[in-house]
Design a protein around this ligand. Structure first.
Ligand code: NAD
Length: 792
């Protein structure tokens, strides 16, 4: 044995294993297999049981039942039966349960940390100091929300039964992110953990049983992809919340299309880690340890693409290589291990294949010079130099402890490279210049940006992605809102498909009273003829022809989207300016109120009085959204000390809006105004049956100081145009108010770029009474969380 003097000479670490006796005893107690937790009871494990391995040793530590349709049905039925009672308990009673869960987690921190480490392969340092404390914090925070939800979200209520599916990289933490807000808001849950890491969910169910959570409120069904699909596709589920890969997220978007389920997706990432020449380089190197070598790089928001300013790149890479050699890789239960085991041999093979592709593409791999344990699935951490943006390793998630690197010269170039990905989950920006750091943070398309830091999480700060990293947020007020729905609005009737199917107007299709209206489209600030040179006949309420409207085609949609994409300046003008423009729009509409009322009455058959009321409502609504333009504030969230955590509202970018036939002026404005107030550019598909109102409205837009491209208006076959918008990658969000079949079609078509889709379920509504409110504004923006450190 080495003497103290020897140790002082070599300063080497000795082994420091965490005790695992308690967990091993628990595992022996479950040697018969792990079943499900349904309706407050643990089911008997049922063959065939699948092995659950400790990835650090390849030892079988448990055997798992996989739920089939019968078990999932039972779990959903239990959740359904329990939901009204759970909601009716009230916020305070629910808060007591969540508080008890948080307390029990804290009492078992060590046990849960060791169990998670043995199940997943992640180091005990991380499960003990990061995962489990964050889990407890999540339940405490949401015990608070349960208490406050009724007063803080008036008029909102639970969504119902939530089907939740989580991945293996942070098993208990992802469970807490899903379960805590759902229960706080009065929903009940059917959760499916990843089959590679099912054990802490079982331990969590035992905690819930222990605290006496009413039966059926939480149900856990174990299994793999098939079980997951049974949960997300179940008819009895009202909301699906998924965390996992983008490919599966896309499949779930398709599966749930048209089902009326509310959906949130937290998907993959390829997050940039941007280091400027004025950064504290040693700090930034230490940050890389937490960005990509943390959790073996199996982190959705890992800083996996390091972008370094050219002037300091050589020095930075030298420092990084030196730091890499000090990492300790091996037994995750050893308290001095930095990098543990990869979750499975399959995942390890995936990482190796991707790394081999990087080497084959000509990049240079710098690996930690470590002896990897002979058993288990271990990967030496490292990073590439010489990667190019087009390399597969620069674009695909490696989901292992290997970063790619690129250099840049200017801040503009850094932002461009940072955004050169289909993802948009997170980013880190390292610079001592606050102006630069904040302006780069605002230029990067990501849901979370850490300035001079990385991978910081807190229940009080929203987390979630943009673009193909998904939509929806977890944590904070924004995350809770995902588990709430507006109180029942008066039920409309199913909206019919528009009776009038536009066909190119046959030659000589007359206009009954001789008013010859050659309406156009409105694209890029100008009235434009339809690309196909075609129009369709528009009939008034009596069936007589009242004019012709332009028949837009795919090319027109593409042109409109392109014009909108170019009009990014609208998102950059001050909220005050946007308000001014909207007031001016109202003023111009008011001047033509009589004319619009007459047109509406003729087109829709409304009485003069109700047509006039629609115009008045449209003017009032425009005022209301002008007033709101500078009132929808962001927030400074209370998170860890020494951080100002900003929740900044950002427009989606280009939004597609598909208007219904009812109240054709008011409904179109009700859809357009909130996105415009929040700085989006819009491509509107106007009422198919009453397009001449939109055509006349183009003149109002033309005179209202809206920059070219901020508003684009198309007329034609609603569902055909809606589908082109849904398929278009440049359209970031789509609102569709058509019929039920169209809802399914646009939701399915939108799975390509995973755009955020909102529909009203194909139900008509009373637009005067029920077409305005703050929720429309909140839906017209996304939240970016920016973490700013302060202090020495
Ligand atoms: P995965 O998508 O393969 O699996 C995730 C979960 O979905 C598992 O429970 C799995 O059994 C289940 N599943 C698989 N196919 C399904 C289907 N067709 N229908 C329903 N459920 C199905 O992902 P993974 O390999 O477990 O996890 C890694 C991925 O998760 C990475 O891409 C990572 O970036 C992502 N991730 C994202 C976040 C985030 O918050 N954005 C957090 C953690 C992980």
């Amino acid at each position: 044995m080495a003497s103290i003097r020897d140790i002082m000479d070599i300063m080497d670490y000795g082994p420091s294993p965490e005790a695992s006796g308690e967990v091993r005893a628990w595992l022996r107690g479950h040697a018969g297999g792990i079943g499900h937790f349904i309706d407050g009871a643990f089911t008997k494990p049922k063959a065939p049981l699948a092995d659950v391995l400790n990835p650090a040793t390849d030892e079988v530590i448990a055997r798992l039942s996989h739920a089939g349709a019968a078990e999932v049905d039972r779990a959903v039925a239990a959740a359904r039966a329990a939901q009204p009672g759970w909601a009716a308990l009230g916020g305070h009673a629910r808060a007591r349960y969540l508080y008890a869960i948080a307390r029990h987690i804290q009492k078992r921190e060590r046990f849960l940390a060791v169990l998670e480490t043995m199940d997943n392969g992640k180091t005990i340092r991380e499960t003990r100091d990061i995962d489990v404390p964050l889990v407890a914090r999540h339940f405490y925070h949401h015990a608070g929300w349960a208490e406050l939800v009724e007063s803080e979200f008036p008029g909102m209520g639970p969504v119902g039964v939530c089907g939740q599916v989580i991945p293996w990289n942070f098993p208990l933490l992802m469970l807490s992110w899903k379960v805590a807000p759902a229960l706080a808001a009065g929903n009940t849950v059917v959760l499916k953990p990843a089959d590679l890491t099912p054990l802490t969910a079982q331990a969590f169910a035992e905690i819930c049983a222990e605290v006496g959570l009413p039966k059926g409120v939480l149900n856990i069904v174990q299994g793999g992809a098939e079980t997951g699909a049974l949960v997300t596709g179940h008819k009895g589920v009202d909301k699906v919340a998924f965390t996992g890969s983008t490919a599966v997220g896309r499949a779930i978007r398709e599966q749930t299309a048209g089902s009326g389920k509310k959906l949130t997706l937290e998907l993959g990432g390829k997050s940039p880690y941007v280091v400027f020449e004025d950064a504290d380089l040693h700090g930034a190197v230490e940050g890389v340890v937490d960005a990509i070598w943390f959790n073996q790089g199996e982190v959705c928001c890992a800083g996996s693409r390091i972008l370094v300013q050219e002037s300091v790149a050589a020095r930075f890479f030298d420092l990084l290589r030196a730091r890499l050699q000090t990492l300790r890789v091996g037994d995750p239960l050893d308290k001095s291990t930095d990098v543990g085991a990869i979750v499975s041999h399959r995942q390890l093979t995936r990482i190796r294949d991707l790394v081999a592709s990087g080497v084959a593409d000509g990049a240079v791999l710098h690996s930690a010079d470590v002896d990897l344990p002979a058993t288990g699935s271990f990967c030496a951490p490292g990073f590439f130099t010489g990667t190019a943006p087009a390399h597969r390793v620069s674009q695909e998630e490696i989901f292992g402890p290997i970063a790619t690197t690129l250099t840049f010269r200017t801040p503009g170039e850094a932002v461009e490279l940072a955004n050169d990905t289909r993802y948009g989950l997170a980013a880190s920006v390292w610079s001592q210049d606050i102006d630069r750091a904040i302006s780069v943070a605002s230029g990067i398309k990501a849901g979370v940006v850490w300035i001079n830091g990385t991978n910081m999480f807190d229940a009080g700060a929203a987390f979630g992605g943009m673009r193909e990293s998904g939509s929806g947020r977890e944590g904070a007020r924004e995350g809770l809102a995902e588990y709430l729905a507006p109180g029942a609005r008066p039920k409309g009737s199913p909206r019919p498909a528009p009776g009038l199917v536009p066909v190119a107007a046959p030659q000589g299709d007359g206009v009954a009273d001789g008013i010859d209206v050659t309406a156009k489209l409105y694209i890029g600030g100008k009235q434009a003829r339809a690309d196909g040179g075609q129009s369709y006949t528009v009939r008034d309420a009596s069936g007589a022809g009242m004019g012709q409207a332009a028949l837009a085609n795919r090319k027109d949609v593409r042109n409109a989207v392109e014009a909108a994409a170019k009009a990014g300046g609208w998102g950059g003008v001050t909220a005050h300016n946007r308000a001014q423009v909207l007031y001016y729009l109202a003023e111009n509409l008011a001047q033509r109120a009589e004319e619009f009322a007459a047109l509406l009455a003729r087109a829709t058959g409304a009485t003069p009085r109700s047509a006039r009321a629609e115009v008045e409502a449209a003017i009032a609504r425009t005022f209301w959204y002008a007033a709101q333009a500078d009132k929808v504030d962001g927030a400074v969230h209370a998170t860890k000390s020494r951080h100002v955590t900003l929740a900044v509202n950002e427009p989606w970018g280009v939004m597609g809006l598909v208007a219904p036939d009812e109240a054709p002026l008011l409904s179109m404005l009700s859809l357009m105004l909130p996105p415009l107030a929040m700085g989006n550019r819009v491509v509107v598909v106007a009422s198919q049956s009453h397009p001449l109102i939109a055509a006349r409205f183009m003149q109002v837009v033309e005179t209202s100081d809206l920059p070219a491209g901020a508003v684009n208006i198309l007329t034609g076959a609603r569902d055909e145009l809606a589908e082109v918008l849904a398929l278009h990658d440049e359209v970031a969000a789509l609102w569709y108010c058509g019929d039920a079949a169209g809802v399914g079609r646009v939701e399915r078509a939108s799975s390509g770029n995973l755009k955020a889709v909102w529909t009203d379920g194909g139900q008509s509504r009373d637009w005067v009474r029920d077409g305005q409110g703050r929720e429309w504004l909140l839906r017209a923006r996304q939240v970016k969380t920016i973490w700013l450190p302060y202090g020495e």
